[in-house]
Design a protein around this ligand. Structure first.
Ligand SMILES: C[S@@+](CC[C@H](N)C(=O)[O-])C[C@H]1O[C@@H](n2cnc3c(N)ncnc32)[C@H](O)[C@@H]1O
Length: 305
């Protein structure tokens, strides 16, 4: 057996390490290439675009947007991402139409004004479905963009059923819930008495009565209420429901425009004083309500409990 000189052995070790380093760097390079190669194959993709300023959209979301031949999204998203969308074919549902409304139902399930609303939504949906099918038949790629996380109270989640035959993919997006957690600077799962979070919305007459806000309040978990003003819901009515189980001293926070550096705003109080604190101020549709002792809880003081 031939024994190598120490200098030569050292040289061989160093050069093989360099080869390994080079190979792993070039693998990373291939990875990046693969990511965009993959996006080419997506026929239809539901893409979460994040909750606020455009830099909260992920790299993956932006890759899909760049690659897509046809984009479907609301007018507000079109504006928010105008730098990439202006040069693309973009289709938006007409103003005032709830694109998700009544999906899977029939006209006979509605009456009066609700029937009118349903017909308008159904028509807008049909137009979008035709447009998407046409594009797919022409071997184009289609991206349906949604605000924030498309699968949390997402108005476009129905497309996953409608186009099940072509297996749409989903790109996750940051939710307004994530952006609002950051605005509050508190661990939402680190309450004094709870480790859980309930995401919910106001009780609407047509919805299940099993998970009303009063019933959920019994758990005393952190509660996050989406769309707090839907159908003219009033803060004082929500607070009345919450205080059936949370004590009046329970902390509450209203987080408006989470994730927009220029507009983000937090109003804090307790269940007993928040209505007065809000006073006449009106909050935008884009606000969330947080309830729970995590808002004031300090882990440093936990020791003796
Ligand atoms: C139809 S839901 C859509 C939720 C969205 N999919 C998400 O993941 O945040 C609309 C509600 O989300 C909340 N929301 C959306 N964007 C927000 C933001 N930037 N700041 C605070 N709340 C927001 C508001 O409660 C709003 O009424």
């Amino acid at each position: 057996m031939k024994i190598m000189e120490p200098k030569r052995a050292l040289f061989q070790i160093l050069s093989s390490s360099l080869v390994v380093l080079f190979l792993s760097l070039s693998c990373q390079h291939v990875d990046i290439k693969d990511r965009s190669a993959k996006t080419n194959k997506e026929e239809l993709c539901l893409v979460g675009m994040g909750p606020g300023d455009s830099d909260l959209a992920t790299f993956r979301a932006m890759d899909i947007v760049q690659e897509a031949n046809l984009i479907i999204c609301s007018k507000s998203l079109k504006e928010r991402f105008s730098n990439v969308l202006n040069s693309k074919e973009v289709v938006s549902p007409p103003d005032g139409v709830w694109i998700w409304h009544g999906y899977g139902k029939k006209g006979s399930d509605f009456q009066g004004k609700e029937l009118e609303k349903f017909r308008a939504s159904e028509k807008a949906r049909e137009q979008i479905i035709i447009k998407v099918r046409q594009a797919i038949n022409e071997e184009k790629t289609v991206a349906i963009l949604d605000h924030a996380d498309p699968l949390i109270y997402g108005p476009w989640s129905w497309i996953l059923e409608e186009f099940e035959d072509i297996s749409p993919t989903v790109v996750p997006g940051l939710s307004s819930f994530n952006a609002a957690n950051a605005a509050l600077k508190k661990g939402v799962t680190s309450g004094r008495l709870t480790k859980s979070v309930i995401l919910t919305m106001p009780d609407l007459p047509e919805m299940s009565k099993k998970d009303t806000i009063e019933k959920l309040a019994r758990h005393q978990a952190t509660m996050v209420i989406f769309m707090p003003t839907v159908r003219n819901t009033k803060l004082k009515d929500l607070v009345a429901k919450l205080t059936t189980h949370y004590s009046p001293q329970t902390p509450i926070a209203l987080v408006a425009c989470a994730g927009y550096q220029e507009k983000e705003r937090v109003i804090r109080g307790t269940l007993e004083n928040i209505v007065n604190k809000l006073g006449d101020q009106s909050l935008p549709f884009e606000h969330l309500i947080y309830v729970g002792d995590f808002l004031t809880h300090e882990m440093r003081l936990e020791k003796g409990e």
